[in-house]
Write a protein that binds this ligand. Structure first.
Ligand code: ZN
Length: 105
C-alpha cells in the first residue's frame, strides 16, 4: 500500500515545541531553544550547547521552497524518523502570537 505524507494538526504547548525543536537545513541545523547553529541536522540527537534533546523539526525551506516541502519532509523523515515534523509557518505564527501576548500582558 502506498504511503503518502499528509499534514496533521495537533495541539502542542508552543514552549515545549520550542525547547525541543531543531531547525533543519540541507547541511546545517539550528537549536530553537538556544539558537546554537552549525549542528548536523541528520545526526544531532541533542544540542551541544544547551543539551536539550530534539523531538521536533521544522525547516525554513518549507516557506522558501514550498514546491519542495513534501520531498524535504520525506527525506528528513527517512533520516530522522524519531522527530515530529512541525510546519514552519504554524510555528512562527504561534511564537509571534506568544511574544505579542507576553509583551502586552
Ligand atoms: Zn541549544
Amino acid at each position: 500500500m502506498a504511503q503518502l505524507f499528509v499534514r496533521v494538526w495537533k495541539n502542542f504547548e508552543i514552549e515545549e515545541v520550542k525547547k525541543h525543536l531543531l531547525f533543519m537545513g540541507d547541511s546545517s541545523g539550528d537549536c530553537a531553544n538556544c539558537r546554537a547553529f552549525g549542528l548536523d541536522p541528520w545526526s544531532a540527537k541533542s544540542c551541544p550547547e544547551c543539551k536539550t534533546t530534539f523531538q521536533f523539526f521544522t525547516s525554513r525551506r518549507f516557506q522558501t521552497h514550498p514546491g519542495e516541502r513534501f520531498s524535504f519532509a520525506k527525506r528528513a523523515h527517512d533520516k530522522r524518523p524519531e522527530l515530529i515534523c512541525i510546519d514552519y509557518e504554524d510555528y512562527m505564527k504561534a511564537i509571534g502570537d506568544k511574544k505579542a501576548r507576553d509583551f502586552f500582558s
